[in-house]
Design a protein around this ligand. Sequence first.
Ligand code: HEC
Length: 155
Amino acid sequence: MKARTYLLGGLILILGAIQLIPNDLPEVQSTNPGDIFVSGLLDDGMHQILKYTCYDCHSNETAYPWYSHVAPFSWLVAKDVREGRDELNFSLWAEYDMMEKLKKLDDISIEVGEGEMPMEIYTVIHPGAKLNTEQVKEIVAWAENAMDIVAEEEE
Ligand code: HEC
């Protein structure tokens, strides 16, 4: 009994102590003039889908739920958002050159087409962000069509 009480006390102390470590969640910016939506590459419908299923990790408009401020979850969320934005940031679309845009659109069609994105851990916590077969097809078709537009724009 006593040992258990100590263990529990120790655990609570550790959980409390790790809250003091700064969480370094990447910053949120709600105004992004370089966003892919501003580029005109997607319509409202596609924008809504991407916003709902990708923007938490692939834009500067991350909506952090309350638990993402609580360690150790905060560490995992911070890592996914940092790495996600590094790979693809829809908020910084205007900063990519033509080759980068083509590469990213190609990656989107592959990752989404193969069911790799959005990350599984995310759709477990946000079931509404799970793409159905129709939406997967829609995104793949959109990305491929957008590649043609990007390639033509630069000619
Ligand atoms: C929970 C966060 C999260 C969500 C939501 C998410 N991603 Fe990602 N994404 C990542 C992370 C982290 C990486 C980098 C590591 C990796 O490739 O697994 C990544 C990588 C990528 C890459 C680059 C892959 C490569 O290796 O070339 C693409 C493209 C991508 N994501 C597209 C999307 C799209 C499109 C959506 C929405 C349908 C989406 N992601 C949703 C976190 C996320």
